[in-house]
Ligand binder design. Sequence first.
Ligand SMILES: [Cu+2]
Length: 153
Amino acid sequence: MGRGLYWAVILSVAAALAMAGCGAGAPGPAPNEVMETAPPTQESPLTAPDSPVATPMPEARTIEVSARNFEFEPDEFHVGVGETVRFVVRSVEGYHTFTVKESKGSTEMLINLELFSGVYPVEVTYTFDSPGDYYLYCIPHEGLGMVGKIEVE
Ligand SMILES: [Cu+2]
């Protein structure tokens, strides 16, 4: 090790020790104060603003549904476009699901409730924004014809 390099090492070690030792009192660079000014993204669909149109508040209509081996009762529903519906579903027999897709071929489940026999009703509130014949089915019993239809128009 040459003499110049030796001193360079000594000095850099000393500098590192000095910096480590300067502790909390050192002013240092001021941390950037990040102001969280992002507006809240909460939506409150239940508190619609006053509207000049004389429509009542969109209160969810309750529809009770029973599931048994192997059918829904009822199995056809009629809903207005934009209507909010509260499904209260109960299995009176067996294990079922109350599963809704926009169409039979759709892969996205809009609603998927699991229903256990004797367990209290399960409920979901859903707003049907688009018209169409929505497909209701029970996942384990679709092949047995445990299907239904939600007409949104
Ligand atoms: Cu079923």
